[in-house]
Design a protein around this ligand. Structure first.
Ligand code: HEM
Length: 127
């Protein structure tokens, strides 16, 4: 059975959640909150957004027919992996380059998802 995009989104979202929680616990133990923004965005873009993409795919199965569905998933995950560490980097070094690249990458993934949704959701009636 082929791997399905919603399974990957939700599975990766859960990994992002556990890592993000561990990061939050680390911040609490060390009373070091300088990276709270990175923790928040890791969880919100990594866990919440990925899981929502997965659940929307599950709600509208025709979206996975799009040739863009896997590229969109890959662009989003790569964006998360650049963006949240990029926020740590900008806090630590004042260099925003990775945060900017990561932000533009997750924005590109959101635009791709919007395109997939608007060009495929009408077919839900056929499900
Ligand atoms: C074991 C689970 C978690 C722990 C121990 C934890 C811990 C923390 C800590 C210590 C802070 C910094 C608070 C401060 O600056 O005063 C924080 C901030 C935050 N966390 Fe978490 N967190 C957890 C899970 C999550 C999850 C699942 C989300 C989102 C889905 C989340 C979203 C946020 C947000 C939005 C902030 C505010 C960031 C900011 O002020 O810049 N956290 N968390």
């Amino acid at each position: 059975m082929p791997i399905r995009v919603h399974v990957v989104f939700i599975g990766l979202g859960l990994i992002f959640l556990v890592v993000g929680m561990a990061f939050g616990i680390w911040m609490g133990i060390n009373k070091d909150f300088q990276f709270a923004d990175a923790h928040a965005h890791w969880n919100l873009v990594g866990f919440v957004t990925s899981t929502l993409y997965g659940l929307i795919h599950r709600a509208y199965p025709k979206l996975a027919d799009s040739r863009l569905s896997w590229p969109q998933c890959i662009v989003h995950v790569v964006g998360v992996l650049i963006f949240a560490p990029g926020i740590i980097y900008v806090v630590a070094t004042d260099q925003p380059i990775f945060a900017i690249i990561g932000a533009l990458t997750i924005l590109a993934a959101a635009l791709m998802f919007m395109f997939i949704y608007y060009t495929h959701d009408h077919r839900i009636a056929a499900d």
